[in-house]
Design a protein around this ligand. Structure first.
Ligand code: NAG
Ligand code: NAG
Ligand code: NAG
Ligand code: NAG
Length: 276
């Protein structure tokens, strides 16, 4: 009886997961469905070619505007169960419940998932980085704020160490066309990604994947973090050759202002005010 039940559960689980993305249009990063074609793949994707606030962008440090009104953007993450996903395009980690909050301008955004891109999508003074991790936060009124962390090669990333074996398992699970592979990872500690940033860039942009929805607040942390080359490879291993490189090229800035939050700048100012 219970075995029968388990069997049916399994069947419905398979049906659920394989129906994913059947109706959605598969976009890519090169060739016929590459980033320069997204706008023409579906009328729902028209912002990808016609939007005026598209992400990612190239951040020119020279033209960023130091904004004394920007506040620290405190993040407070909690232990939560999560699922590692290969959707055939990216590797994502989805939280079963909100994994804690980001507070921006007094508004609360819950972290719901994160996604890795390689190489980085944002560039700084034209420089690209091997990996960019995007932490996706959503407010109750459906506004999205993304915190982006850039990585260069170096020592181990502590956060990834927690899911290293699951990533290897994901690479063995060959996910067939239009089917996502999911591996529950259990409780995960996201504190490692919470570390306070003394400096960040902030601008109004879009999702970097179709439908390229605008009105997304971007926070690019000034501190570049490190992961080993092996860790970067393990993030690419589950993806097919066409998707190992899954970064959208930088988009025109169209007069968008990039604000800079700089704690040291703030501190200097306070110090000089005091000495005056
Ligand atoms: C940044 O500003 C400095 C000084 O004004 C200038 O020499 C340099 O060429 C600028 N760099 C870029 C990338 O615009
Ligand atoms: C994670 O899931 C397990 C099994 O469902 C549950 O017992 C546990 O309370 C969950 N932990 C958290 C932090 O949500
Ligand atoms: C990015 O910005 C730098 C200046 O900071 C500039 O030299 C470079 O050409 C820009 N690259 C692109 C692709 O826009
Ligand atoms: C983004 O847009 C909002 C609302 O239009 C505005 O208040 C905010 O200053 C903008 N932020 C940046 C960094 O331009």
């Amino acid at each position: 009886m219970s075995r029968m039940k388990a069997f049916f559960l399994e069947i419905s689980f398979l049906l659920l997961t394989s129906s994913y993305a059947h109706d959605s249009i598969k976009y890519g990063y090169q060739g016929g469905n590459g980033a320069d074609k997204w706008g023409s793949l579906s009328s729902d994707f028209s912002l990808c070619s016609q939007g005026k606030q598209q992400s990612p962008i190239n951040i020119s440090k020279n033209t960023t505007i130091y904004d004394p009104n920007l506040k620290q953007a405190p993040r407070d993450y909690v232990l939560t169960n999560a699922t590692l996903i290969n959707n055939g395009i990216h590797i994502l980690l989805k939280y079963d419940q909100g994994a804690g909050n980001l507070v921006l301008d007094g508004k609360k955004y819950a972290m719901t998932q994160m996604v890795w891109h390689s190489p980085s999508e944002h560039t700084i003074d034209g420089q690209s980085f091997p990996v960019e991790l995007q932490l996706i936060h959503e407010s109750d009124d459906n506004h999205i704020a993304v915190v982006a962390i850039l990585y260069q090669f170096g020592s181990h990333d502590a956060f990834l160490l927690q899911i290293q074996d699951k990533l290897e398992q994901l690479a063995k699970d060959k996910c067939t066309d239009n089917q996502e592979a999911r591996i529950p990872v259990g409780v995960i500690q996201t504190r490692a990604l919470e570390r306070r940033s003394r400096k960040y860039f902030c601008y109004n942009g879009s999702l970097t994947t179709p439908p390229c929805t605008e009105g997304v607040t971007w926070i690019i942390l000034g501190k570049v973090r490190e992961m080993t080359k092996e860790q970067a490879s393990s993030l690419a291993a589950p993806l097919s050759a066409d998707y190992k490189n899954n970064a959208r090229p930088v988009q025109p800035i169209n007069g968008c202002t990039i604000q800079l939050y700089d704690e040291l700048h703030n501190a200097k100012k306070t110090a000089s005010n005091k000495s005056n």
